[in-house]
Design a protein around this ligand. Sequence first.
Ligand code: HEC
Ligand code: HEC
Length: 246
Amino acid sequence: MRALLLAFLGLTLAACDATPGETDRAFQASGEIIAMSGGAGGAGNACFTCHGLKGEGDGVSSPRLAGLDQGYLQKQMEDYASGLRPDDVMTRVARGLDPDARRIVAAWYAGLPAPPAGASAAPPPSIWLTGDTARGITACAACHGTEGQGAGAGQPIIARQPAAYTLEQINRWKSGRRRNDPRGVMAAAVQHLTEEEARAIAAWLSTRPAAQAHANASASASVSASAAARPAASRETRRPDRSDGA
Ligand code: HEC
Ligand code: HEC
């Protein structure tokens, strides 16, 4: 499989002289090969085995990747690789790829259609929409949208992720294990959520229509690439954040 991949990357380079359409197609095909083969990390890291053949996720612990923002996906791959978002599985997977391969596979998943919409009319938990100033909880909807549809690269889509995955992320932010948002906003937002509130939010989000990121991903990807290029130490610095109204 590795030989096949290397041969393919060779083809991709050769295609640089060709028309833009062909280059795009070769780029996409390389992303698919990594997703199906695990790339240089080998078959044990093949993304589809956990994230599904269409990037739809496994409904439990592996999130959907299809149709998420390219810049967000790429940043997560860099953060797993650098250890800023440590995870037993994904840190190993991300380190098995070089930065180009991480970028290529992120772009491929971003280009896949979001899974079909579910049909639930459940109202959001009120804390999602309003937060609770008394406890310093900012409204999640302010950054993630009223339906969890996100608001551009920096504020990711979180609709239609498995409830167990979302709950795990909230708990990792609470405990400080996940701390890869540039301004420390997430740790502050979830710090005083009760377990019950976190569960209610995660369960509701899993029923939201799976939003698709807008196709202007190249702009957000370059923003995130420059963020990824900065040393981890500077990204971890907690600067006072005014944009969330705190
Ligand atoms: C053995 C199972 C497994 C394999 C193989 C795997 N993943 Fe994952 N992936 C996971 C799990 C579990 C998580 C959630 C980890 C966490 O909580 O941070 C995850 C999380 C992610 C995320 C974060 C998504 C988000 O919304 O924040 C990205 C991006 C990702 N994986 C991409 C990939 C890519 C690309 C590959 C292949 C090169 C891959 N994964 C291979 C299990 C896997
Ligand atoms: C001030 C903006 C802001 C607010 C308010 C906010 N978030 Fe976030 N959230 C972010 C950012 C930025 C990220 C992405 C960090 C990164 O790059 O990994 C994120 C990521 C997440 C993720 C992980 C997504 C994934 O795919 O792994 C979850 C889950 C989440 N937020 C839930 C919440 C909940 C629940 C609330 C309300 C209690 C909330 N957020 C409030 C900005 C915000």
